[in-house]
Design a protein around this ligand. Sequence first.
Ligand SMILES: [Zn+2]
Length: 169
Amino acid sequence: MAFSKRNKLTCVLALAVATAGCSGHWKDPSQAETDRVRCRNQMRSAAYCVIQYRADHDEQFPKSLEEAVSGEIGLEMAKSFIQCPAGGSQAKYIYVDWSRWFTNGNVPKDYPLVYESNSNKHGDGVNVVRMDLSAFWDGNARWITRFIREHPEYDLKIPVKVKGSVLEK
Ligand SMILES: [Zn+2]
């Protein structure tokens, strides 16, 4: 793996940087874009925790995103960190535990590691973070949907648009 061992401080720092976006000292003309970027940074930090978890656990994947993140910042904070921060949607990020298919841990670096469900409030699309921690906005979930269709053997969850879903206020 390209990622070396580290102390916990590195990950906590990454989390702090991602959270800093929440304070909103500037007024962005596009709130939607700001929310997407904030979510993407947070998701990338969560994915980074997975990478660090693996570095600490002999390249094992954590069973859940929550397990990886809570190891760094505690369970309580982790709960809000593993879901989309935009618009109070509480849409949980989808994490792929590749250990079922890659017993040697050598997952291709362009495979998705964390992505979000379409019950987010961003509009038409989802954020995606891949194994190499590259993160991007996936308009209409096109990339992730194609990946899932091209790799039916992994049985990944397609982000489905929930029309008229009732969210608790
Ligand atoms: Zn989001």
